[in-house]
Design a protein around this ligand. Structure first.
Ligand code: ADP
Ligand code: MG
Length: 227
């Protein structure tokens, strides 16, 4: 299979007052379609900065990012928004659901942006919520759901448009270990179904679910190992 992600010499600097902070210092990475990758590394090593770039929530200071054959490193904000909606599913540590909106409507939202009809949205969001084990929670709002259930909704939202890559930044970081294990089982299923999954975690046990572990240190890839 081909590379879904090719990044070349990605640099990301931030300006803090007069000072330039060098966060990513030249990252090179190829990820093939269907891979299951864990990204590890100490706090502050640049994991979230890299994920935000991969998720087109941010653009690099320099370097190129080819996603599914398209160079997304120089795109306009509007084009990047389209890419985020159609090519990328992003799961956050803090779930980031709309608080006043039902599970069904949270999951269906990316399909609104993708221009799907209401009937298509309801059908697909219902199917996805069943797949993440929430068939009986579709009309619940986030504050009526447990943390694990909220993260399932977030996973459903990430999957709903059949994106090219699923990105997850510490998806079990706000969950107890049993709930976290259940979420990890779902990620395994998502990978088994053929999706490309890239997950940040600082727990070795969680990373061991992945087939490849990339370790960052101080803005560079320190090691990249396959199991
Ligand atoms: P990790 O996720 O590995 O803990 P991050 O990617 O969040 O690390 O952050 C890496 C470094 O980049 C940290 O030192 C952080 O303070 C800095 N950083 C991240 N985002 C910004 C920003 N918007 N402005 C300034 N510094 C930032
Ligand atoms: Mg982080």
């Amino acid at each position: 299979m081909g590379n879904v992600i090719e990044i070349r010499n990605i640099i990301r600097d931030f300006q803090l007052g007069q000072e330039t902070v060098h966060v990513l210092k030249g990252i090179n990475l190829d990820i093939k379609t269907g891979e299951y990758v864990a990204i590890m590394g100490p706090s502050g090593s640049g994991k979230s900065t890299l994920m935000n770039l991969l998720g087109c929530l941010d653009t690099p200071t320099s370097g190129s990012y080819i996603l599914n054959g398209k160079d997304v490193s120089q795109m306009s904000d509007d084009d990047l928004a389209d890419i985020r909606n159609t090519e990328i599913g992003f799961v956050f540590q803090t779930f980031n659901l709309l608080p006043r909106t039902t599970a069904l409507d949270n999951v269906a939202l990316p399909m609104v942006y993708a221009g799907k009809s209401k009937a298509q949205r309801i059908e697909r969001a219902t199917e996805v919520l069943k797949n993440v084990g929430l068939a009986d929670r579709m009309d619940h709002k986030p504050n009526q759901l447990s943390g694990g259930q909220r993260q399932r909704v977030a996973l459903g939202r990430a999957l709903v448009n059949n994106p090219s890559i699923i990105l997850a930044d510490e998806p079990t970081g706000n969950l107890d270990s049993k709930t976290g294990d259940e979420i990890m089982k779902l990620f395994d299923e998502i990978h088994q179904a053929g999706n490309t999954v890239i997950m940040v975690t600082h727990e070795e046990e969680i990373a061991s679910n992945a087939k490849r572990i990339i370790r960052l240190r101080d803005g560079l890839v320190e090691s990249d190992t396959f199991s």
